[in-house]
Design a binder for this molecule. Structure first.
Ligand SMILES: *Cc1c(COP(=O)(O)O)cnc(C)c1O
Length: 400
């Protein structure tokens, strides 16, 4: 952990008292970034660390990536950019949401580059830059077919035709965003690429960026000058139709509070949605939907989910509904006596990836990660996993 030094980890509960342990493998994040860096060269690979690096900790994640050579970061909010600037004084930081009126000066003062997505933001930046000795840089976002953020072709033409406006804006990047990159055959991909290529003709000397994680896997012709991976850094599958080329980053291990023998026809959990069918053993563990272990993952007896446990080789189905703070699991396969109070069962890990959980909960891995709660003991490691944490007071809350 040399690159991190010794820093207190926000949102980390001492391990002895925590209900679950969230382990974040910074080495795997760095390896995932290097995989994409090598794939897209000579284009540059940035890192998208918005929403606290998808819930995994923007500061430690960005520091590890910076130490590995990443020089450009994207966040959504100005506030996220300000926090990152405190620890990384020299990197490029783009603000995806751009500016709100009156925030231009703080962006410029902290060298945060706003991504301007409409003529109102453009006018705000122009007016601010007219008060400056030299214009501060921005990025310009164009809509190529998603209709979420970005200026249209007519606005792109207006900017091209007004040289003074463009010079006052000082754009250093033009960008757009794919709506369907995770479906390579979707016809909108080709439409978006075509529209962006028209827009780029207006700004031939300005570097361009289009691809997020799944976009990167669409091929070299959409890498342009800079790519913007997010989810793939954190282990999400950028090509949901193919096997995942990324390393898993997150392990979430929930502690057992109670073990009990069960027999048919006992009912388990809220709504009595699960009925025990044969004698066995059940563990009640300290993780629930308030921790981001989504209620939709459980959903009663029709869809029991399989989880690997800390012991590695047993199937541990989730049974009954997920409560706010608790889940129940069938540990009948684990030999009696092997699991005890305080032992952990992995609910995210080798046997249940963030993509598996997303499928079970009818959502996407992005939501699994960004919903992760604040009641965990957090551990940052470089791969490989160093084994169980000790409970010494110095190790609680601290990376060393
Ligand atoms: C979130 C975001 C990204 C990263 O997307 P992933 O699919 O997580 O790689 C890239 N660009 C923009 C504009 C985004 O909003």
């Amino acid at each position: 952990m040399s690159s991190l030094g010794t820093v207190a980890i926000p949102n980390s509960v001492p391990v002895s008292r925590a209900g679950a342990i969230l382990t974040i493998d910074l080495g795997a994040i760095v390896d995932n970034w290097k995989t994409m860096r090598d794939m897209v060269a000579p284009a540059e690979a940035s890192a998208v660390v918005k929403a606290d690096a998808y819930g995994l900790g923007a500061i430690p994640v960005s520091q590890a990536l910076h130490a590995a050579g990443c020089k450009t970061f994207f966040v959504a909010h100005i506030e996220e950019g300000l926090a990152l600037r405190q620890v990384l004084p020299d990197v490029r930081i783009f603000i995806l949401h751009g500016t709100f009126p009156g925030t231009e000066a703080i962006c410029a003062a902290q060298k945060l580059v706003p991504v301007l997505s409409g003529m109102a933001q453009v006018q705000g930046w122009t007016a601010f830059n007219q008060t400056q000795d030299s214009p501060d840089p921005c990025a310009l976002q164009f809509d190529s077919g998603m209709t979420r953020l970005g200026m249209n072709q007519a606005e792109a033409d207006r900017l091209r035709d007004d040289g003074i406006l463009l010079a006052t804006l000082n754009p250093i990047l033009i960008m757009s965003h794919f709506a369907c990159a995770d479906e390579p055959e979707h016809p909108l991909n080709a439409e978006q690429i075509e529209r962006f290529s028209q827009i780029r003709k207006n700004f031939p000397d300005i570097p361009a960026s289009f691809a997020q994680s799944p976009g990167i896997f669409l091929g070299a012709d959409v890498h342009y000058d800079l790519v913007r991976p997010g989810i793939a850094l954190y282990g999400g599958n950028p090509q949901p139709h193919l096997s995942n080329p990324m390393k898993q980053v997150v392990t979430l291990s929930a502690k057992i509070i109670q073990i009990q023998d069960v027999d048919a026809p006992q009912k388990v959990g809220y709504g009595a949605s699960y009925i025990v069918s044969k004698p066995g053993r059940q563990a009640t563990v300290s993780i629930g939907y308030a921790d981001g272990f989504l209620r939709s993952i459980g959903n009663g007896s029709e869809r029991p989910c399989m989880y690997g446990c800390a012991l590695g080789k047993y199937k541990i189905p989730l049974v009954g509904r997920i409560s706010m703070d608790l889940s129940t699991m069938d540990i009948s396969e684990v030999p009696e006596g092997q699991l005890q109070l305080g032992d952990t069962i992995d609910v995210i890990g080798e046997f249940a990836t963030i993509d598996d959980l997303a499928n079970a909960g009818q959502t996407i891995p992005y939501e699994i990660l960004t919903r992760l709660g604040s009641r965990f003991h957090r551990v940052y490691i470089n791969s490989p996993h160093p084994g169980p944490e000790t409970d010494s007071p110095n190790k609680d809350n601290v990376v060393s």
